[in-house]
Design a protein around this ligand. Sequence first.
Ligand code: FES
Ligand SMILES: [Fe+2]
Length: 349
Amino acid sequence: MFLFDHWYIAGLRRDVTDKPRRVLILGRPVLVYRAPDGAVVALEDRCPHRDVPLSMGSVQGDGSIQCLYHGMRFDRAGACVFIPEETRVLTGAQVRSYPVVEKCEWVWIFMGDPARADAALIPDYPWFSKPGFKSRTGHLHVKCNYKLIVDNLLNMAHLPFVHPRTIGSEGVVKDAKMSVERRGLGVRLARRMYDIEPPPTYKQAGGFEGNVNRWQTIDFMAPSCFEFDTGVIDAMHDIPDPSNPVELPGDAKVLSRHTMHGVAPETEESSNYYVGFSYDPALMSEATADFVFDSVYKTFLEDVEILEAQQMNMALLPNAPRIHIKSDAAGMQAMRIIEELEKAQAASA
Ligand code: FES
Ligand SMILES: [Fe+2]
Protein backbone atom coordinates (compact mmCIF):
# COMPACT_ATOMS: atom_id res chain seq x y z
CA MET A 1 0.00 0.00 0.00
CA PHE A 2 1.27 3.48 -0.84
CA LEU A 3 0.50 6.86 0.67
CA PHE A 4 -0.63 9.15 -2.13
CA ASP A 5 -1.26 12.54 -0.55
CA HIS A 6 2.44 13.26 0.00
CA TRP A 7 5.37 14.81 -1.79
CA TYR A 8 8.04 12.48 -3.14
CA ILE A 9 11.28 13.05 -4.99
CA ALA A 10 10.84 12.56 -8.73
CA GLY A 11 14.52 13.17 -9.47
CA LEU A 12 17.52 15.36 -9.00
CA ARG A 13 16.99 18.79 -10.55
CA ARG A 14 20.17 18.43 -12.57
CA ASP A 15 18.85 15.21 -14.13
CA VAL A 16 15.58 16.76 -15.33
CA THR A 17 16.26 18.14 -18.79
CA ASP A 18 14.47 18.46 -22.13
CA LYS A 19 15.08 14.75 -22.60
CA PRO A 20 11.91 13.00 -21.34
CA ARG A 21 12.51 10.70 -18.34
CA ARG A 22 10.31 7.87 -17.20
CA VAL A 23 10.12 7.23 -13.45
CA LEU A 24 7.92 4.84 -11.55
CA ILE A 25 6.52 6.41 -8.40
CA LEU A 26 4.06 4.58 -6.15
CA GLY A 27 3.61 2.04 -8.93
CA ARG A 28 2.58 4.75 -11.43
CA PRO A 29 4.52 5.52 -14.62
CA VAL A 30 5.42 9.20 -14.65
CA LEU A 31 7.08 11.25 -17.38
CA VAL A 32 9.22 14.15 -16.19
CA TYR A 33 10.88 16.77 -18.39
CA ARG A 34 11.92 20.39 -18.52
CA ALA A 35 10.07 22.62 -20.98
CA PRO A 36 12.10 25.11 -23.05
CA ASP A 37 11.13 27.91 -20.62
CA GLY A 38 12.72 25.95 -17.75
CA ALA A 39 9.52 24.76 -16.06
CA VAL A 40 9.40 21.14 -14.95
CA VAL A 41 6.47 19.08 -16.24
CA ALA A 42 5.19 15.76 -14.85
CA LEU A 43 2.57 13.74 -16.70
CA GLU A 44 1.32 10.18 -16.61
CA ASP A 45 3.68 8.29 -18.88
CA ARG A 46 1.05 6.76 -21.11
CA CYS A 47 -0.42 8.03 -24.34
CA PRO A 48 -4.21 7.73 -24.15
CA HIS A 49 -4.30 6.71 -27.83
CA ARG A 50 -2.51 3.33 -27.72
CA ASP A 51 -0.71 3.22 -24.34
CA VAL A 52 2.80 4.00 -25.60
CA PRO A 53 5.00 5.70 -22.97
CA LEU A 54 5.10 9.40 -23.80
CA SER A 55 8.68 9.39 -22.50
CA MET A 56 9.62 7.72 -25.80
CA GLY A 57 8.53 10.91 -27.57
CA SER A 58 10.06 14.36 -27.76
CA VAL A 59 9.60 17.74 -26.14
CA GLN A 60 8.38 20.43 -28.55
CA GLY A 61 9.27 24.12 -28.66
CA ASP A 62 6.02 25.10 -26.94
CA GLY A 63 6.71 22.72 -24.04
CA SER A 64 4.26 20.05 -25.20
CA ILE A 65 5.27 16.41 -25.59
CA GLN A 66 4.84 14.58 -28.89
CA CYS A 67 4.08 10.86 -28.78
CA LEU A 68 6.56 8.76 -30.74
CA TYR A 69 3.91 6.46 -32.19
CA HIS A 70 1.33 8.55 -34.07
CA GLY A 71 2.49 12.03 -33.17
CA MET A 72 -0.30 13.26 -30.90
CA ARG A 73 0.79 16.15 -28.72
CA PHE A 74 -0.11 16.95 -25.13
CA ASP A 75 0.53 20.23 -23.37
CA ARG A 76 2.13 20.55 -19.93
CA ALA A 77 -1.28 20.27 -18.28
CA GLY A 78 -1.80 16.99 -20.15
CA ALA A 79 -4.45 18.23 -22.61
CA CYS A 80 -4.29 16.94 -26.18
CA VAL A 81 -3.43 19.91 -28.38
CA PHE A 82 -2.66 18.32 -31.73
CA ILE A 83 -3.59 15.21 -33.72
CA PRO A 84 -1.73 14.76 -37.03
CA GLU A 85 -3.97 14.74 -40.07
CA GLU A 86 -6.90 16.00 -38.04
CA THR A 87 -8.13 19.52 -37.64
CA ARG A 88 -10.06 18.73 -34.47
CA VAL A 89 -8.74 17.93 -31.04
CA LEU A 90 -10.56 15.17 -29.18
CA THR A 91 -12.28 16.49 -26.13
CA GLY A 92 -11.39 14.34 -23.18
CA ALA A 93 -8.09 13.27 -24.71
CA GLN A 94 -6.22 14.08 -21.55
CA VAL A 95 -3.20 12.76 -19.73
CA ARG A 96 -3.02 13.12 -15.96
CA SER A 97 -0.65 15.86 -14.85
CA TYR A 98 1.02 15.99 -11.45
CA PRO A 99 1.98 19.03 -9.36
CA VAL A 100 5.77 19.45 -9.24
CA VAL A 101 8.01 21.82 -7.31
CA GLU A 102 11.75 22.34 -7.50
CA LYS A 103 13.15 22.73 -4.01
CA CYS A 104 16.80 22.60 -3.00
CA GLU A 105 18.45 19.94 -5.19
CA TRP A 106 15.34 17.93 -5.97
CA VAL A 107 12.17 17.89 -8.04
CA TRP A 108 9.23 17.02 -5.79
CA ILE A 109 6.02 15.50 -7.07
CA PHE A 110 2.62 15.21 -5.42
CA MET A 111 0.97 11.89 -6.25
CA GLY A 112 -2.44 12.46 -4.65
CA ASP A 113 -5.38 14.73 -5.36
CA PRO A 114 -3.81 17.92 -6.80
CA ALA A 115 -6.31 19.97 -4.76
CA ARG A 116 -4.46 18.81 -1.65
CA ALA A 117 -0.96 19.58 -2.96
CA ASP A 118 0.40 22.03 -0.40
CA ALA A 119 3.99 22.93 -1.28
CA ALA A 120 4.56 24.08 2.31
CA LEU A 121 4.52 20.39 3.27
CA ILE A 122 7.57 19.51 1.17
CA PRO A 123 10.32 18.48 3.58
CA ASP A 124 12.61 21.35 4.34
CA TYR A 125 16.37 20.97 4.21
CA PRO A 126 17.53 24.43 5.28
CA TRP A 127 21.19 23.42 5.12
CA PHE A 128 20.91 22.93 1.39
CA SER A 129 19.85 26.51 0.78
CA LYS A 130 22.18 28.15 3.29
CA PRO A 131 24.19 30.93 1.59
CA GLY A 132 27.72 29.82 0.86
CA PHE A 133 27.05 26.16 1.62
CA LYS A 134 27.82 23.51 -0.97
CA SER A 135 26.37 20.06 -1.44
CA ARG A 136 26.91 16.62 -2.89
CA THR A 137 23.95 14.55 -4.03
CA GLY A 138 23.35 11.11 -5.47
CA HIS A 139 20.81 8.44 -6.23
CA LEU A 140 20.54 4.68 -5.87
CA HIS A 141 17.98 2.16 -7.01
CA VAL A 142 17.18 -0.46 -4.37
CA LYS A 143 15.16 -3.62 -4.89
CA CYS A 144 13.20 -3.40 -1.65
CA ASN A 145 10.05 -1.86 -0.21
CA TYR A 146 10.58 1.68 1.07
CA LYS A 147 9.69 0.71 4.63
CA LEU A 148 12.83 -1.41 4.89
CA ILE A 149 14.91 1.68 4.11
CA VAL A 150 13.00 3.70 6.72
CA ASP A 151 13.67 0.97 9.27
CA ASN A 152 17.34 0.82 8.27
CA LEU A 153 17.90 4.55 8.67
CA LEU A 154 16.33 4.56 12.13
CA ASN A 155 18.30 1.71 13.67
CA MET A 156 21.97 2.53 14.10
CA ALA A 157 22.74 -0.77 15.80
CA HIS A 158 23.70 -2.11 12.37
CA LEU A 159 26.65 0.26 11.97
CA PRO A 160 29.42 -1.83 13.57
CA PHE A 161 28.27 -4.94 11.72
CA VAL A 162 27.45 -3.66 8.25
CA HIS A 163 29.80 -0.66 8.08
CA PRO A 164 32.98 -1.49 10.01
CA ARG A 165 35.08 -0.07 7.15
CA THR A 166 33.34 3.35 7.13
CA ILE A 167 31.04 4.77 9.80
CA GLY A 168 30.75 1.81 12.15
CA SER A 169 32.68 1.17 15.35
CA GLU A 170 31.94 -0.78 18.50
CA GLY A 171 31.23 2.36 20.53
CA VAL A 172 28.25 3.23 18.33
CA VAL A 173 26.22 0.56 20.07
CA LYS A 174 27.93 0.10 23.42
CA ASP A 175 26.88 2.75 25.96
CA ALA A 176 25.07 4.90 23.40
CA LYS A 177 22.56 7.22 25.03
CA MET A 178 19.41 7.16 22.97
CA SER A 179 16.12 9.03 22.99
CA VAL A 180 13.14 8.63 20.69
CA GLU A 181 10.53 11.33 20.44
CA ARG A 182 7.42 11.50 18.30
CA ARG A 183 7.04 14.91 16.64
CA GLY A 184 3.75 15.23 14.78
CA LEU A 185 4.10 13.02 11.71
CA GLY A 186 7.76 12.51 12.44
CA VAL A 187 10.18 10.89 14.85
CA ARG A 188 13.41 12.26 16.26
CA LEU A 189 16.05 9.73 17.20
CA ALA A 190 18.91 11.29 19.15
CA ARG A 191 21.99 9.25 19.99
CA ARG A 192 25.03 10.40 21.94
CA MET A 193 28.22 8.40 22.35
CA TYR A 194 31.00 9.61 24.61
CA ASP A 195 34.68 8.88 24.57
CA ILE A 196 34.60 6.26 21.84
CA GLU A 197 37.04 5.30 19.15
CA PRO A 198 36.30 7.24 15.95
CA PRO A 199 35.05 5.09 13.05
CA PRO A 200 37.33 4.73 9.98
CA THR A 201 35.63 7.44 7.85
CA TYR A 202 36.02 10.07 10.56
CA LYS A 203 39.58 8.98 11.30
CA GLN A 204 40.53 9.39 7.67
CA ALA A 205 38.52 12.51 6.85
CA GLY A 206 39.07 14.37 10.10
CA GLY A 207 42.46 13.02 11.16
CA PHE A 208 41.18 12.10 14.63
CA GLU A 209 43.79 10.22 16.59
CA GLY A 210 42.30 10.01 20.06
CA ASN A 211 38.79 9.18 21.21
CA VAL A 212 35.79 11.29 20.23
CA ASN A 213 32.30 12.21 21.33
CA ARG A 214 29.86 11.36 18.59
CA TRP A 215 26.30 12.48 17.89
CA GLN A 216 23.53 11.38 15.57
CA THR A 217 20.28 13.34 15.50
CA ILE A 218 17.94 11.80 12.99
CA ASP A 219 14.63 13.38 12.02
CA PHE A 220 12.22 11.14 10.18
CA MET A 221 9.42 12.90 8.30
CA ALA A 222 6.62 10.59 7.20
CA PRO A 223 6.33 8.86 4.91
CA SER A 224 9.94 8.57 3.78
CA CYS A 225 12.27 11.56 4.26
CA PHE A 226 15.04 12.14 6.73
CA GLU A 227 17.45 14.74 7.92
CA PHE A 228 20.57 13.58 9.71
CA ASP A 229 22.71 15.87 11.83
CA THR A 230 25.78 13.79 12.62
CA GLY A 231 29.36 14.36 13.64
CA VAL A 232 32.24 13.78 15.98
CA ILE A 233 34.19 16.12 18.20
CA ASP A 234 37.40 15.32 20.06
CA ALA A 235 36.62 13.78 23.45
CA MET A 236 37.99 16.85 25.28
CA HIS A 237 35.00 18.92 24.15
CA ASP A 238 31.25 18.67 24.59
CA ILE A 239 28.92 17.75 21.76
CA PRO A 240 27.55 20.99 20.25
CA ASP A 241 23.90 21.68 21.01
CA PRO A 242 22.07 22.77 17.82
CA SER A 243 19.28 24.38 19.87
CA ASN A 244 21.87 26.56 21.58
CA PRO A 245 24.66 27.21 19.05
CA VAL A 246 27.81 28.63 20.57
CA GLU A 247 31.19 29.33 19.05
CA LEU A 248 33.32 26.22 19.43
CA PRO A 249 36.63 26.72 21.24
CA GLY A 250 39.49 27.23 18.77
CA ASP A 251 41.25 24.04 19.82
CA ALA A 252 38.16 21.86 19.27
CA LYS A 253 38.47 19.38 16.45
CA VAL A 254 35.13 18.63 14.86
CA LEU A 255 33.75 16.99 11.73
CA SER A 256 30.03 17.25 11.09
CA ARG A 257 27.55 17.19 8.27
CA HIS A 258 23.85 17.48 7.49
CA THR A 259 22.63 14.67 5.33
CA MET A 260 19.27 14.25 3.66
CA HIS A 261 17.78 10.93 2.71
CA GLY A 262 14.60 10.73 0.67
CA VAL A 263 12.98 7.53 -0.49
CA ALA A 264 10.50 7.44 -3.35
CA PRO A 265 8.65 4.10 -3.38
CA GLU A 266 8.79 2.74 -6.92
CA THR A 267 6.88 -0.55 -6.60
CA GLU A 268 6.02 -2.66 -3.55
CA GLU A 269 9.42 -4.27 -4.00
CA SER A 270 11.65 -1.44 -5.21
CA SER A 271 12.53 2.14 -4.34
CA ASN A 272 14.49 5.12 -5.54
CA TYR A 273 16.75 6.36 -2.81
CA TYR A 274 18.19 9.89 -2.84
CA VAL A 275 20.99 11.01 -0.58
CA GLY A 276 22.88 14.24 -0.25
CA PHE A 277 24.83 16.28 2.23
CA SER A 278 25.61 19.93 2.56
CA TYR A 279 28.67 21.48 4.08
CA ASP A 280 30.29 24.77 4.83
CA PRO A 281 33.28 25.11 2.46
CA ALA A 282 34.98 27.26 5.09
CA LEU A 283 35.05 24.21 7.36
CA MET A 284 35.44 21.37 4.87
CA SER A 285 37.69 21.25 1.81
CA GLU A 286 36.44 20.05 -1.58
CA ALA A 287 38.64 16.99 -1.31
CA THR A 288 37.26 16.08 2.14
CA ALA A 289 33.70 16.65 0.89
CA ASP A 290 34.37 14.27 -2.01
CA PHE A 291 35.87 11.72 0.33
CA VAL A 292 32.94 11.99 2.79
CA PHE A 293 30.34 11.68 0.03
CA ASP A 294 32.13 8.75 -1.47
CA SER A 295 32.07 7.09 1.96
CA VAL A 296 28.35 7.84 2.42
CA TYR A 297 27.65 6.29 -0.96
CA LYS A 298 29.80 3.22 -0.32
CA THR A 299 28.22 2.87 3.09
CA PHE A 300 24.76 2.77 1.61
CA LEU A 301 25.82 0.23 -1.00
CA GLU A 302 26.58 -2.04 1.95
CA ASP A 303 23.03 -1.46 3.19
CA VAL A 304 21.61 -2.23 -0.25
CA GLU A 305 23.01 -5.74 -0.08
CA ILE A 306 21.23 -6.33 3.24
CA LEU A 307 17.98 -4.64 2.18
CA GLU A 308 17.65 -6.64 -1.02
CA ALA A 309 18.33 -9.89 0.82
CA GLN A 310 15.68 -8.94 3.41
CA GLN A 311 13.17 -8.20 0.67
CA MET A 312 13.81 -11.57 -0.93
CA ASN A 313 13.10 -13.40 2.33
CA MET A 314 10.01 -11.34 3.03
CA ALA A 315 8.63 -12.24 -0.39
CA LEU A 316 9.19 -15.92 0.36
CA LEU A 317 7.83 -15.80 3.92
CA PRO A 318 5.52 -12.77 3.98
CA ASN A 319 3.74 -13.56 7.25
CA ALA A 320 6.64 -14.83 9.30
CA PRO A 321 6.66 -13.24 12.79
CA ARG A 322 9.41 -10.80 13.74
CA ILE A 323 11.06 -10.08 17.04
CA HIS A 324 12.05 -6.59 18.15
CA ILE A 325 14.92 -5.20 20.20
CA LYS A 326 15.60 -1.92 22.03
CA SER A 327 17.27 -0.24 19.07
CA ASP A 328 14.12 -0.78 16.98
CA ALA A 329 12.23 1.86 18.99
CA ALA A 330 12.49 4.72 16.47
CA GLY A 331 11.79 2.49 13.46
CA MET A 332 8.73 1.03 15.15
CA GLN A 333 7.47 4.51 15.99
CA ALA A 334 7.88 5.45 12.32
CA MET A 335 5.96 2.33 11.24
CA ARG A 336 3.13 3.29 13.60
CA ILE A 337 2.91 6.72 11.95
CA ILE A 338 2.89 5.17 8.46
CA GLU A 339 0.20 2.74 9.61
CA GLU A 340 -1.92 5.63 10.96
CA LEU A 341 -1.61 7.40 7.61
CA GLU A 342 -2.49 4.22 5.73
CA LYS A 343 -5.60 3.73 7.87
CA ALA A 344 -6.65 7.37 7.38
CA GLN A 345 -6.19 7.03 3.61
CA ALA A 346 -8.21 3.79 3.52
CA ALA A 347 -10.97 5.38 5.61
CA SER A 348 -11.26 8.37 3.28
CA ALA A 349 -11.28 6.27 0.09
S1 FES B 1 -0.01 5.84 -29.19
FE1 FES B 1 0.40 7.90 -28.92
S2 FES B 1 -0.28 8.85 -30.68
FE2 FES B 1 -0.81 6.80 -30.94
FE1 LIG C 1 23.58 1.56 7.04
